[in-house]
Design a protein around this ligand. Structure first.
Ligand code: HEC
Ligand code: HEC
Length: 303
């Protein structure tokens, strides 16, 4: 409601609400006043099926009482809580305020627990069974939809258990990946490489780097073309963790294995994003999460 530039619609809605409430009471008063008596025997004079007569008794007291209570409840509610146009209500209650209070209460409850982890070294947190259980739960709820419940990832989503890192596997690298997110960008390289035959050759050269099955004649022809790739993937193809360019020599493939997958990368490029999680978690939570992720490849904690 507060989005409106004038107060007209707010007053319009409030007006309809107040009018409806008043109309309810008016209707009750009117139905008590109105006399539909046409005969003198306390009937309305309507007769059906020979002898079925409509009596003209007043509304039962309990029903009238309930009706008035309902209307009063509505009025009191609208006074205390938001409901009348943009009027915020006497109590100032909002659903957002309630949520914020509940989140703050929850955070306060777990704060001592996280304080304990904050005083421990990163590796000790990774080894702590309680921290591991918390990290695992946070991971299941927030990360598993992309990285898998076993953290082994899938096509486009890195495996976090294999000690092969796009951006580095040191605690501070993992913390940064989680907090700020990551955007891996492989540009469209087809034009820089040359003809589609050149692309096929360079793809075979890439395959040769990991000892994967390849056509060695094509690989030799493709080798000089790899110069345009080496700016990011390194002259030896071992990648560059500062920009998340994958190691192409380890036979671990984020975007699929084989000649066709590599040609596809060169021809179409790729933008792959890990959304930043910094706003969702406290620093202490991210440290526990990172320790959990770190433990998967360093302590053999991955199942
Ligand atoms: C500007 C930097 C850059 C250049 C130049 C570049 N790449 Fe990449 N490449 C990347 C990044 C970053 C990724 C990872 C994308 C992601 O995060 O998913 C990638 C991914 C790949 C992959 C997928 C690896 C996997 O594990 O599935 C292949 C294959 C690849 N590049 C081959 C090449 C080849 C061949 C060239 C040269 C023709 C090249 N790249 C040039 C940055 C680059
Ligand atoms: C919406 C999907 C998505 C969610 C949710 C997500 N990630 Fe990621 N994550 C990715 C993608 C995609 C990448 C790879 C980015 C790239 O290719 O540059 C990635 C990369 C990472 C990396 C870097 C891996 C490396 O090899 O350097 C870490 C660590 C990571 N994620 C941890 C997490 C954690 C912990 C969570 C939960 C708090 C999480 N991710 C939630 C999609 C996601």
């Amino acid at each position: 409601m507060s989005d409106f530039t004038s107060s007209f619609w707010s007053m319009y809605v409030a007006g309809i609400t107040i009018f409806s409430l008043s109309a309810c009471l008016l209707l009750l008063w009117f139905s008590g006043k109105a006399r539909a008596m046409t005969a003198n025997d306390n009937t309305t004079g309507h007769v059906w099926d020979g002898d079925l007569r409509e009596m003209n008794n007043p509304l039962p007291r309990w029903w009238v009482g309930l009706f008035i209570i309902t209307v009063l409840f509505g009025a009191v509610y609208l006074y205390l809580y938001p409901g009348l146009g943009s009027y915020a209500g006497k109590t100032g209650w909002t659903s957002k305020g309630q949520l914020d209070a509940e989140v703050a209460k929850g955070n306060a409850e777990v704060a001592p627990l996280y304080a304990k982890f904050a005083n421990m070294g990163f590796e000790d947190v990774a080894k702590d069974p309680q921290a591991h259980a918390i990290g695992e739960r946070l991971f299941m709820n927030n990360c598993s939809q992309c990285h898998g419940s076993d953290a082994r990832g899938g096509k486009g989503f890195p495996n976090l258990t294999d000690n092969d890192w796009l951006y580095g596997g040191k605690p501070e690298n993992i913390i940064e990946s989680i907090t700020k997110g990551r955007i891996g960008q492989m540009p469209v390289m087809a034009a820089a490489v040359g003809s589609s035959d050149d692309v096929k050759n360079v793809a075979n050269y890439v395959l040769s780097l990991s000892g994967s099955p390849h056509d060695s004649v094509r690989a030799n022809l493709g080798k000089p073309k790899f110069a345009v790739c080496s700016a990011c993937h390194g002259a030896d193809g071992k990648g560059n963790q500062t920009i998340g360019a994958p190691n192409l020599t380890d036979n671990i493939w984020l975007h699929g294995y084989g000649e066709a997958a590599i040609i596809n990368m060169v021809n179409n490029g790729k933008v792959n994003q890990m959304p930043a999680q910094g706003a969702k978690f406290s620093e202490a939570q991210i440290r526990v999460l990172a320790a959990y992720v770190w433990s998967l490849s360093n302590l053999g904690a991955a199942k």
